[in-house]
Design a protein around this ligand. Structure first.
Ligand SMILES: [Zn+2]
Length: 61
């Protein structure tokens, strides 16, 4: 089964509530994945507006 990603912040989670943005809408319709260890030092994380460490989808629908 495909992982689900938060629609709002794109974090992958198994929870019913996103631990980062507290969003409750998820999608399995995503493309690409990226792991940020140190998002505050990453340009890509900055462009994606990622503040927290974790695995994120690059694109969600
Ligand atoms: Zn979220």
């Amino acid at each position: 089964m495909k992982k689900k990603a938060c629609r709002k912040c794109k974090l992958f989670t198994e929870d019913d509530v996103c631990p980062v943005c507290k969003g409750q809408t998820f999608t399995t319709n995503w493309q690409g994945r990226i792991f940020f260890l140190n998002p505050k030092k990453s340009m890509i994380a900055h462009e994606m507006d990622v503040q927290n460490e974790g695995e994120y989808a690059i694109k969600v629908r």
